[in-house]
Design a protein around this ligand. Sequence first.
Ligand code: AMP
Ligand code: MG
Length: 186
Amino acid sequence: MKLNQQNYLVIDLEATCWATHDESVYPNEIIEIGIVILSPLKEELWRGGWFVRPTLSPILSDFCLRLTTIKQTQVDEAPCFPEVMDAFCAKVEDITNARVEQAIFVSWGNYDRRQFEKDCTLHGYSYPFGQHQNLKLDIMRQYNIKKVGLDAAMKLLDLPFIGTLHRGVDDAINISRIFQRLQTTY
Ligand code: AMP
Ligand code: MG
């Protein structure tokens, strides 16, 4: 059997949002990046997060403030996406000793990958990731179920949710705990 040599980047994003939403009027932008870096054996190497100052809609809606618990001042004081991504990539490369694209980007569903693609396009920033693993799909396959939310998956695996839902680092920590339980055989 071939042993996996790749590190894992378990990432969860928070983005600008509104109660009623028209993507063509208000494109969502990343406001927080949470990450847990895991070794090829799924041992935690580092965890952390960054706030990002959105440029298209710099004022967070009341809905977004309530959903995410992120404060207006936290994004006001944050750097914009390209600067945060430079810091993010430097941290990942420092911890993993390899380029970002050599690790496996793990997220709950495809939302986070797509949101990265959108923000990279918006800012003309080169998308830095390589292979992506959709953990939600893996859980649905493994348990032969058609739908599953993060909460439901945690219950299924008998894992209590730690921290605050809809916060980048806390969500990433909980997603990484699901991932550590998953027997990846494909
Ligand atoms: P999550 O990782 O589940 O916290 O969600 C990531 C982002 O998706 C949030 O920061 C919001 O921008 C958006 N989002 C999540 N849940 C909702 C919701 N119920 N209504 C509108 N936007 C949402
Ligand atoms: Mg989240």
